[in-house]
Design a protein around this ligand. Structure first.
Ligand SMILES: [Zn+2]
Length: 297
C-alpha cells in the first residue's frame, strides 16, 4: 500500500519468491481479466487499494513486485561479487557499488546515493530512480559495468518488505525517489542496430532534381567503386545513408532502391543478397531520419 501511494504499480509474487503469482500466458484460459486477451503482470500491476487488498487478503504472505514500466521507474541492481574476481577493467571492485562509483568518477559526477534504496538479502543494493513516461530504457545485465544490472520497461523488482528464505528486503535509504541522473542514461541505452558507419557525402542540399540525381549517383559510385571484398558492406552503408534521407523525405523509397539495385548489379552482388542488404540498410536508416543540410553559408 505504501508503494502504491507513491504511485508505484504493484502485483503479487509467490511467497518467499521472485516469481509472479499471476498466471502466465501459457496457462491463460482466456476468462476474467483475460477475456479480451491475456494480461501479464506488467498490465495487471496496480495502484488501486481495493485490488491490492483483494490480492493480499487472498494470500497475505505474497511478496510484492513493482512493475517498473508503468511506475516510470528505473532501478539499478548492484550486486556483490558472488565470490568471483572482476574482469581486469574492474580490478579491485568487490561489488556493483564499487563499479558505479568508478563510473561516476569517470563521468565527473557525484555517486547517485541520494534516492530511495532497497537492500536485498544477497546483499544487493537497489537504488530507485524516476524516468519520463517516454523513457525507452529497458532491463540490462552487465551493460553499464560489472555486477550492474537494471530494470526498466518490461521489468519488475521485488519491493521492500518481501521475504526470501535467506532474509528480507529492507529499506536501506528512506528518501524520495530521485530522477535518473542524465549521465547514467547512455550507460543503459542499447546500441543502435545495425550500426554501419553512415557514409557522409558533404553538406550540400541538392535543391534541383539534377542535384538530387547527382547525389544518388555519388552514393551509387561508392558501391560501384568499393574496394574488392567490401562491396557488400558498402552497399549496406549506402542503403543506410539513403534510408535516413528517405526517412527525412529527401528521396522516395523507390528512388533509393533502384539506385542501390543498379549499383549492386554493377558489382554482381547476387539479387537475393542485394535485396536483403538494401532492405536492412534502408530500414535501419529510416529509424534515424535526416535531411540534407543547405550548403553552409
Ligand atoms: Zn491470462
Amino acid at each position: 500500500m505504501s508503494a502504491a501511494r507513491q504511485g508505484l504499480y504493484v502485483f503479487p509474487l509467490w511467497p518467499r519468491s521472485k516469481i509472479p503469482a499471476l498466471h502466465g500466458k501459457r496457462h491463460c484460459d482466456g476468462t476474467g481479466v483475460c477475456t479480451e486477451g491475456h494480461l501479464g503482470w506488467e498490465q495487471r500491476a496496480t495502484t488501486d487499494p481495493d485490488l491490492i487488498r483483494y490480492w493480499w487478503n487472498a494470500s497475505p504472505s505474497s511478496n510484492v513486485g513493482i512493475a517498473c514500466g508503468p511506475s516510470n521507474l528505473y532501478v539499478l541492481d548492484l550486486d556483490p561479487d558472488h565470490g568471483q574476481d572482476p574482469p581486469p577493467e574492474w580490478a579491485g571492485a568487490r561489488h556493483g557499488r564499487d563499479v558505479l562509483a568508478r563510473l561516476a568518477e569517470q563521468a565527473g559526477q557525484p555517486y547517485p546515493h541520494d534516492t530511495y534504496t532497497v537492500r536485498t538479502p544477497s546483499p544487493s543494493v537497489h537504488p530507485y530512480f524516476t524516468v519520463g513516461q517516454d523513457s525507452l530504457l529497458r532491463n540490462t545485465a552487465g551493460r553499464a559495468g560489472w555486477r550492474i544490472d537494471s530494470r526498466g520497461r518490461g521489468g519488475y523488482i521485488v519491493a521492500a518488505g518481501s521475504m526470501r528464505r535467506d532474509g528480507t528486503y529492507t529499506v536501506a535509504r528512506r528518501a524520495p525517489i530521485a530522477p535518473l541522473p542524465q549521465w547514467l542514461v547512455p550507460l543503459f541505452t542499447p546500441p543502435p542496430r545495425p550500426q554501419p558507419e553512415p557514409v557522409v557525402f558533404g553538406d550540400v542540399r541538392p535543391l534541383s532534381d539534377t542535384r538530387r540525381q547527382r547525389y544518388l549517383d555519388t552514393v551509387a559510385d561508392t558501391v560501384i567503386h568499393a574496394a574488392p571484398h567490401t562491396a557488400h558492406d558498402t552497399l549496406v552503408r549506402a542503403a543506410y545513408t539513403l534510408g535516413r534521407l528517405v526517412g527525412g523525405g529527401e528521396f522516395t523509397d523507390d528512388q533509393a532502391r533502384s539506385t542501390l539495385h543498379i549499383a549492386a548489379q554493377h558489382r554482381r552482388i547476387p539479387t537475393h543478397e542485394a535485396n536483403t542488404a538494401i532492405s536492412d540498410g534502408l530500414d535501419a536508416g529510416s529509424r534515424s531520419p535526416r535531411q540534407l543540410a543547405d550548403r553552409a553559408a
